[in-house]
Design a protein. Structure first.
Lengths: 107, 121
């Protein structure tokens, strides 16, 4: 199985900060990488697909990059509604696997 | 609008089975694969498997092979996930999620609201 490793596991940031979350795959997954946001008690929501494509309706402060084994999710200016957990997920091969998550908290 | 509506919370004893339903609406049911993902309390997301509604074929994570079954009813646009021989570590919120396709890339664009399954003696 492909292992997905996110860093950091958690971070504290202030409104307006630039936040970068990284995701590393244990083998080459091309750009078959998705990012999800999950708020407490809710289902995840798709932010980014194919490593860098913004899902319809997602604010442009979210962006994704990378290919192969290294990927990033960037929030250019953190907003109050962005405090949540974020997960990367590879769709390159089955079993699809998720990173362990990154919790973004208020500083 | 697209909706995936799951059945309600369940409490089961160890060794029992649970069946969760996921009723789809707002799109052509047989055109989109549906996956199941679970999340133990305070933990991350874990992929369990998928069902292709058009023909009913499935692909399960090795971890759940022999214990999980995913089926569908095309007359009611409903997908079912049955998990047998429940253990305490199966306590989790179970989600169904629809796949969207973009030039060969797949991702989950709609999710059910989640079903909490509690396994306790």
């Amino acid at each position: 199985d492909i292992q997905m490793t996110q860093s950091p596991s958690s971070l504290s940031a202030s409104v307006g900060d630039r936040v970068i979350i990284t995701c590393r795959a244990s083998q080459n997954i091309n750009t078959y990488l998705n990012w999800y946001q999950q708020k407490l008690g809710k289902a995840p929501e798709l932010l980014i697909y194919a490593a860098s494509s913004l899902q319809y309706g997602v604010p442009s402060r979210f962006s994704g990059g990378g290919s192969g084994t290294g990927f990033t999710l960037t929030i250019s200016s953190l907003q109050p509604e962005d405090f949540a957990s974020y997960y990367c997920q590879q769709g390159y091969t089955f079993p699809w696997t998720f990173g362990q998550g990154t919790k973004v908290e208020i500083k | 609008q697209v909706q995936l509506v799951q059945s309600g919370a369940e409490v089961k004893k160890p060794g029992a089975s649970v069946t969760i339903s996921c009723k789809a609406s707002g799109y052509i049911f047989i055109d989109r694969d549906v996956h199941w993902v679970r999340q133990a309390p305070g933990q991350g997301l874990e992929w369990m498997g998928l069902l292709k509604p058009r023909g009913g074929s499935t692909n399960y994570a090795q971890k759940f092979q022999g214990r999980v079954s995913m089926t569908r009813d095309t007359s009611t646009n409903t997908i079912y996930m049955q998990l047998n021989s429940l253990r305490s570590d199966d306590t989790a919120v179970y989600y169904c999620a629809r796949v969207t396709y973009s030039s060969g890339w797949e991702s989950f664009d709609y999710w059910g609201q989640g079903t909490l399954v509690t396994v306790s003696s």
